[in-house]
Design a protein around this ligand. Structure first.
Ligand code: GLA
Length: 368
């Protein structure tokens, strides 16, 4: 039995850094994927990627963290599965990817969810999607040290073609929103920047949000369990106590949740221009209040504002690098890409990697 799993990347239309705050997000799956081909082996396990990396181990020995970053995703998945089933089968897994890594389009969650799906099938472990999400989050928290939310995993497991998911990350309630961008397309511009403090800064935002919520609870005598539950009145009553930075974080989260809800209404009513405006607002919130952008991302977004045919643009994902997402008129794409690549290179001496985002279905698994 050979198992094939096709696991997509994700784009997030709007709702950034709201998932771990129990808020709203509006993500979709990409047509760029990681394919995993998995089968049983008797003595040893072997994982190889099309980039020439490989690793081997025996699943039933103690597996310690590796110095090679990507290997920890694999080791983390195996260790987490071993908590459910004590003895696993050795396997071979070959990985073929069209999904760039480090671009903020969730290649790591695509790999982790794909591996969990394939290895649980191979070992006859029955897992609900919610359990896969939890396992995958544990891998990120424990083996990678990133205290991420569940947006990426939920999207990878549940997405439908040309559809966004309005997800309430606290209740895990979701609604599918059919998308029609007509003569507009989603364009990703990968900065090729990966800030090496990204994980630390990300985790710091997670704790700043927790701290803000605790201060608001104490001051307003409330029992909020996440920052997204805080209402406008309590937020403004707490402004002074939150002092500068924490107030900026908390008000960003409040505003971004509102923007997601408003975006859904605009998208349902084909008001693309209004939706695009919210993308810009989201970007400036992330830049000024949440402070997770960087000069390369800001440059790309600000440059987009020169064009009426670009309705909106913003940094996407965790930030500190990765890519921007823009809603751009079809007829402008070629010219714009050519121009911005040159401008970007002359300013930052880096290559810009453009990707047209076609939206596709979630994870698929088959026996071949
Ligand atoms: C990363 C995390 C997600 C989410 C985004 C920001 O992609 O993995 O859980 O927090 O950042 O919206």
């Amino acid at each position: 039995m050979k198992i094939k799993v096709t696991s997509p990347g994700r784009v997030n239309l709007i709702g950034e850094h709201t998932d771990y705050n129990g808020g709203y997000v509006l993500p979709c799956a990409l047509d760029l994927t990681i394919k995993l081909f998995i089968e049983k082996k008797s003595n040893e396990s072997y994982v190889k990627t099309d980039l020439g990396y490989s690793m081997s181990f025996d699943v039933n020995t103690t597996l310690k963290k590796s110095n090679n970053h990507w290997e920890n995703y694999v080791l983390g998945v195996i260790n987490e599965l071993k908590q459910i089933k004590f003895k696993l089968s050795n396997f071979s897994c070959s990985i073929i990817s069209t999904l760039p890594s480090g671009a903020g389009i969730s290649s790591s969650s695509a790999l982790v969810c794909g591996l969990i799906k394939g290895l649980s099938k191979l070992n006859e472990i029955k897992l609900e999607n919610s359990e896969i999400i939890n396992l995958s989050r544990n891998v990120e928290h424990k083996y990678i040290g990133l205290l991420g939310g569940i947006m990426d995993q939920f999207t990878i497991l549940n997405a439908k073609k040309n559809t966004a998911i309005l997800l309430d990350c606290e209740k895990l309630d979701s609604k599918f929103i059919k998308l029609e961008f007509k003569e507009y397309k989603l364009l990703l511009l990968d900065t090729n920047v990966k800030h090496n403090l990204a994980n630390t800064e990300y985790n710091q935002r997670v704790s700043e949000c927790k701290e803000s919520m605790q201060i608001i609870n104490k001051l307003c005598k409330k029992n909020y369990t996440n920052l997204s539950q805080v209402n406008r009145l309590d937020l403004s009553l707490s402004k002074e106590k939150l002092e500068g930075t924490l107030y900026k974080r908390a008000s960003y989260v409040f505003n971004e949740n509102q923007r997601v809800i408003n975006s859904v209404e605009f998208l349902k009513n084909n008001k693309l221009k209004e939706f695009g405006q919210l993308m810009y607002e989201s970007h400036f919130g992330l830049k000024n209040d949440y402070e997770v952008s960087c000069k390369e991302l800001d440059f790309l977004v600000e440059y987009s504002m020169n064009y009426d045919q670009i309705l909106g643009s913003r940094m996407m994902g965790g930030g500190f690098g990765g890519c921007t997402l823009s809603l751009i008129k079809d007829s402008l794409i070629d010219k714009f890409i050519k121009e911005i690549k040159q401008e970007y290179f002359s300013k930052f001496k880096r290559k810009l990697n453009p990707i047209i985002a076609n939206l596709d279905q979630g994870i698929q698994m088959s026996l071949i």
